[in-house]
Design a protein around this ligand. Sequence first.
Ligand SMILES: [Zn+2]
Length: 143
Amino acid sequence: MAKRYITKAVRQLIAERAYYLCEYCMCRSDCACESFECEHIMPFVLGGSNEPGNLAFTCRGCNSHKSDRITALDPLTEQSVLLFHPRNHHWYDHFAWDEEYLFIIGTTPIGRASVDALHLNRKGVVNLRRLMKLGGIHPPKNI
Ligand SMILES: [Zn+2]
């Protein structure tokens, strides 16, 4: 069995813990075209483990944009800062919604860097938020 293998039970735990929402862009997994993933917050190649404390429930887009990074540039200060860490940080401490609940605004260096690096306001995600809002299922109420 590959060292990167994450059991079905752990995958279920990660999904339930996140209320089935991407822990970065807050999209619902039941409204996404592609299955969600267990992302290694500390990348496996940098020594991160498969322990639940190092895993985040993410959409494929956020996981792909994050890749093996743990830092990125804050676009305001141009300083390298840690990316948002779903286990150590609270989402609303670093992000806010715009008044329409369509765009995520980074409110701290970590938030701004993460919005940029993970492309949290990708066109498709913003359109999905618009549709979910029309359906009365956005913004998320569980976090
Ligand atoms: Zn996402």
